[in-house]
Design a binder for this molecule. Structure first.
Ligand code: TRP
Length: 337
């Protein structure tokens, strides 16, 4: 039986951090064994809110791919490709744009939230490109015949919108496209070192997969702990401590329970605790850091992986586009005429 096809991706706007790792990357590493996986580097989508900063997008394409490879995404199992290199996606976006109303796009909760957060960039009136990125994303998925989209909750409204477009397309032009389903990643959302619900570059509270031992240590030393604990023998409360929160992610239950017990009993200081955590995270990321070094030294290998993946995706997209054009009566000068 053919493996089901997965299409997913990321915007190349920064290096990936451990929030990405636990939220989606670890899951993708597992899924690549069971599914035919395509991961796109969404440079076109990244430009919708970084159109004035093309260098940032360009520079992060290779960074994100190196992060994937370091985490265990295997290019022999997963096709990694660049969104802008698939011209059929842009074509399909135009065809799809007839099947979506402005009002429907404005109601998309994810897009609505993002527009509100980007007042600095968009002012009172959002661009056509940004408002329409869900249409472009629908094209990303369907041009490759994606059946499953592993993603976080924030992507749910986008996939729902994609399904609506596909249904409308199939109703009008015939049953050509697959309706994809979201596969909610069972990964958890990781808080920042400062306790903020979101981990991010702008917040300065993230540990990156590429961080050195020293960077990890420096960041962990600043993590927010129980504010009532001043001296080592003060009784601590691990429930309100980010160091304990991170220990839970990186250590076995037994070790975690021991740490909490010592903290509650005033038997372990925050500095000791932080040093131990920094070491633990550092050890966890070590194999990834080493793999990363290798790829940083061999950019030609990374480029070859991207090129090969892109070629494969291009071929698949071409096949789908042929069917789409036939269904839409746009198949001029083809042999069947
Ligand atoms: N919107 C996704 C994000 O912000 C990126 C993305 C672009 C994507 N195209 C996609 C995800 C197709 C899944 C499928 O992370």
């Amino acid at each position: 039986m053919d493996k089901k096809r997965i299409v997913t991706g990321d915007r190349p706007t920064g290096k990936l951090h451990i929030g990405h790792y636990f939220g989606s990357l670890a899951n993708r590493v597992k899924l690549q064994n069971e599914y035919e996986t395509f991961i796109l580097i969404a440079d076109v989508q990244a430009l919708t809110d970084n159109f004035n900063n093309p260098k940032k997008v360009r520079d992060n394409v290779r960074e994100v791919v190196i992060d994937y490879l370091s985490c265990g995404i295997d290019p022999n199992k997963t096709t990694i490709y660049i969104q802008s290199m698939i011209p059929e996606t842009a074509e399909l976006t135009v065809f799809f744009s007839n099947l979506v109303t402005i009002a429907r796009l404005e109601r998309n909760p994810t897009v609505k939230t993002e527009i509100a957060q980007k007042k600095d960039l968009f002012g009172e009136s959002v661009t056509y490109g940004f408002l329409g990125y869900p249409v472009n994303q629908a094209a990303d998925i369907t041009i490759l015949g994606g059946k499953l989209v592993p993603a976080g909750e924030d992507q749910e409204p986008l996939i729902e919108q994609c399904r609506e477009i596909v249904r409308k397309f199939n109703n009008i032009y015939g049953n050509v496209l697959d309706e994809p389903e979201i596969m909610l990643s069972n990964g958890k959302r990781i808080k920042g070192l400062d306790g903020n619900a979101k981990m991010g570059k702008s917040l300065g509270n993230a540990i990156y997969i590429s961080d050195s031992e020293e960077e990890i240590k420096r960041k962990v030393m600043k993590a927010v702990t129980d504010p009532n604990r001043i001296r080592k023998d003060d009784l601590g409360n691990p429930d309100i401590c980010m160091v304990s929160y991170y220990f839970k992610l990186f250590t076995e239950n037994e070790e975690y329970d021991k740490i909490c017990k010592e903290c509650r009993g005033g038997k372990r200081g925050c500095v000791t605790c932080k040093k131990q955590l920094a070491n633990t995270i550092s050890e966890f990321l070590k194999p990834m850091r080493e793999k990363r070094k290798y790829y940083e030294l061999h950019p030609e290998i990374v480029d070859e992986i991207i090129q090969k993946g892109t070629l494969h995706a291009q071929n698949e997209a071409r096949i789908t586009m042929k069917k789409i054009k036939k269904a839409m009566k746009l198949d001029y000068f083809s042999e069947s005429d």
